[in-house]
Design a protein around this ligand. Structure first.
Ligand SMILES: O=C(O)CCC(=O)C(=O)O
Ligand SMILES: [Fe+2]
Length: 723
């Protein structure tokens, strides 16, 4: 298969590092001749792995399982080989090596001579290793499939059909590690565990990364108080992490990714400005590798301050194991990141002063880490320069250890704000956010009562209110959902976004307004949708004593329908446990307030429309996502409302028969995030000619089939329901 890095390096060492200065043409011809003897015949050129992947997927849909296995295994291997070949070319064509004998940089000719040489070196190298199609960039879709380990999902099925269960299991496990919320794979893995003769060893992660293996082993050793073992694994983890960092950084020199910066780049016409922009993007990508390496497969966020944290743990393990030199080296290396870390500095002082420990004075910080820190700081300086002087739009410093002196004065405030979550030992994520809401305010709607207070629901800032809609209104909204709701509207077209055992249909306000414009639904029905949601907004603004007006963020009329014949042995939820404005990580019990979560959402509410289905209760859980702390059963006119953050992880139990419909609503205190679609929908509705007989009733009648007694307004106003 692939030739190793050493082969590539040996090709270069023959000639490339000492070309006659300035003779580019001769240089390339000579390189071709010289390298020719080492090169592979064109038959050995690496193919493009995306076409292998496409062919493999095609074979999958034709159920040609042997072919699936051959092509997808080949695609995976080729992807690895191509990236190794590219890495080899990059490390073999280093600018400082190529330009070693060049004149000092006195003019742009010298500079570009070095650049041209490197460009040429890379082209020759890649041409000698990769087929033309393999040199072209891979589409984002394929890239994303490989990143998410999708080929292993196909392979798993193919191996299963071919009855190669050990291979099917490792493919399934490899996919699942990176997609831990994939319910079907979870169930497949359960079934695999029941196959006789399959040992635990079959569950291998074929893409396991060395630093995470070492990380997990180190933690295990720590748990068993085996500190010598832990220290060795931490050391391995550091080495593997540095290798992974270097590998990631070497892949950053690809094409300019426009992304959101398109306007910025289009405005640049000049050679130097454009070159500078591309170079800055390369630097920004290299910096981003710190986060990439620190993100465990299957997790959404990086471990905070990853590399320094490894030295901290290495230091404690070495100390606990009584391995002084290693402890001192770890502490000194940590000082490279945090020269003012009080605890480490004091601890080091104690060592150095204690008797008979003179040797420790000679122990120095790891040199490779020192070089890394210097290089990284230099990159940050250049990036900040680019942001300050060239308008480079996108650099977010990934490290909490950057000293302020690296950041230009004019950017410090924004940089500090960006760094803030790092400030107090990850307080931003773990600490319970202080709520701006005070529950128990007045209830401005007649017939509406508190059915379950926070106290009853074992939490804070949670409430269940009954009487928001009468039966006729529920019927109308249910009808609206069923006539108009296109499968998946508001779910980016996906029919089963949360579970494969139910079909979801959603109706957004804007779509409802458009349908009513087309005459497909009654104007009065969409008015009801608008008015009912506005009732909820007014009610919650008052009940939660909102410090500012509440603005709509998103409204969604959603029905979940159990798919008959697919309910047996179901273990999943209709809606997995989550928080609405942060990413709940049940393992670490943290909730990361970062995109793709809708971080601007402050209050969540669900207005239920029916109860003629089985299952479907809303559950609140602790942060572990498992311990159920409260359960609410839906019915017509019942509203459950709660703050959208980490205090209120929640999910929906499986709907095992029938259809469960509700209007899900989210509110924000940030006016700039208020729902533009709602405004557009309102405008559309206002343009419609008035219907003669509007069904809309401002004051809903009390619903009939409530499970509990409905209390009058005077009894509940401004108080909690005692239960
Ligand atoms: O329908 C429900 O009860 C809850 C839905 C939910 O949590 C959500 O859509 O975020
Ligand atoms: Fe939710």
């Amino acid at each position: 298969m692939a030739t190793s890095l050493a082969d590539v390096a040996s090709v270069f060492s023959v000639f490339l590092f000492h070309p006659p200065a300035g003779l580019l043409l001769q240089f390339s011809l000579a390189w071709l001749v010289s390298a020719g003897s080492h090169m592979h015949s064109s038959a050995a050129l690496l193919q493009s792995y995306d076409s292998l992947y496409h062919d493999g997927v095609r074979a999958y849909f034709k159920k040609d399982w042997e072919k699936v296995v051959t092509l997808l295994e080949w695609a995976l291997q080729t992807q690895d080989d191509v990236s190794q070949a590219r890495l080899g070319c990059h490390s073999g064509c280093r600018l400082d090596e190529i330009a070693r004998d060049a004149e000092p940089l006195v003019s742009d000719l010298n500079f570009f001579q070095a650049v041209l040489r490197r460009g040429e070196c890379l082209s020759f190298c890649e041409r000698s290793r990769l087929e033309p199609a393999a040199r072209a960039p891979v589409s984002e879709d394929v890239q994303s499939d490989f990143n998410k380990r999708v080929p292993y999902n196909f392979l798993q099925v193919a191996y299963y059909k071919l009855k190669k269960f050990d291979k099917a299991v490792s493919a399934a496990h490899t996919f699942f590690v990176s997609n831990p919320n994939h319910i079907e794979m979870k169930m497949n893995i359960r079934s695999y565990r029941k196959i006789k003769g399959l040992s635990e060893e079959a569950f291998v992660d074929r893409e396991a990364q060395g630093h995470w293996l070492a990380y997990d082993s180190a933690i295990l050793c720590e748990e068993k108080n085996d500190f010598v073992g832990a220290m060795q694994h931490w050391e391995k983890c550091v080495n593997e992490s540095l290798a992974a960092l270097n590998q990631c950084r070497a892949t950053c020199e690809g094409p300019y990714q426009y992304g959101e910066d398109e306007d910025y780049l289009n405005d640049l016409r000049d050679l130097y400005q454009k070159t500078a922009a591309h170079f800055l993007q390369v630097l920004s990508c290299r910096q981003g590798c710190a986060l990439q390496v620190a993100t465990k497969p299957g997790r959404l966020s990086a471990y905070e301050d990853f590399l320094p944290s490894l030295f901290r743990r290495l230091y404690y393990s070495a100390q606990a194991a009584g391995l002084l030199n290693q402890a001192v080296q770890a502490a000194k290396t940590l000082q490279l990141f945090y020269p003012d870390d009080k605890e480490i500095n004091e601890s080091l002082q104690q060592y150095l002063q204690s008797e008979g420990k003179d040797d420790e004075r000679t122990v120095i910080a790891r040199e490779d880490v020192q070089a890394f820190v210097q290089q990284s700081l230099e990159e940050k300086r250049l990036l900040f320069f680019g942001v300050e002087n060239l308008g480079f739009p996108s650099f977010k410093d990934p490290d909490p250890w950057t000293p302020e002196s690296v950041v230009p004065e004019s950017l410090r405030e924004a940089w500090r704000a960006d760094q803030a979550p790092y400030g107090n030992e990850s307080e931003g994520h773990t600490k319970e956010e202080e709520s701006v809401f005070i529950e128990g305010g007045s209830i401005p709607l007649q017939g509406v009562v508190v059915a379950q207070s926070s106290e009853y629901l074992n939490g804070s800032n949670r409430v269940v209110l009954d009487g928001l809609l009468n039966n006729e209104e529920c019927r109308t909204l249910l009808q609206l959902a069923n006539i108009a709701a296109a499968a998946g509207d508001g779910y980016r077209g996906r029919r089963s976004p949360h579970t494969p055992h139910e079909n979801f249909q959603g109706l957004t306000l804007l779509r409802a307004a458009r349908l009513s414009l087309d005459g497909a639904i009654n104007q009065s029905d969409i008015q009801l949708y608008l008015n009912a949601t506005d009732r909820v907004r007014r009610l919650l603004q008052s009940y939660f004593n909102s410090p500012t007006p509440l603005y709509f963020s998103f409204s969604h009329l959603v029905c979940r329908t159990a798919i008959t014949g697919q309910q047996e042995g179901r273990i999943d939820l209709s809606h997995p446990v989550h928080a609405d404005n942060c990413l709940l990580d049940a393992e670490s019990q943290e909730c990361w307030k970062e995109p793709p979560a809708y971080i601007h959402r402050d209050l969540s509410a669900i207005l239920y429309l029916n109860n003629d289905f089985e299952g479907g209760n809303l559950i609140f859980t602790a942060r572990d996502g498992k311990t159920v702390t409260a359960e609410v059963s839906p019915h017509c006119g019942r509203l459950v409302a709660f703050t959208s953050g980490s205090q209120n992880p929640h999910g929906v139990r499986a709907v095992t028969s029938g259809q469960r419909c509700a209007v899900a609503l989210w509110f924000t205190l940030d006016e700039s995030r208020s729902d533009e679609e709602r405004k557009e929908a309102e405008q559309l509705i206002n343009e419609l000619p008035e219907e003669e007989d509007s069904n809309e009733k401002q004051v809903p009648e009390p619903p009939q089939a409530l499970g509990r007694t409905v209390r009058g307004r005077s009894e509940t106003k401004g108080t909690r329901d005692e239960l």
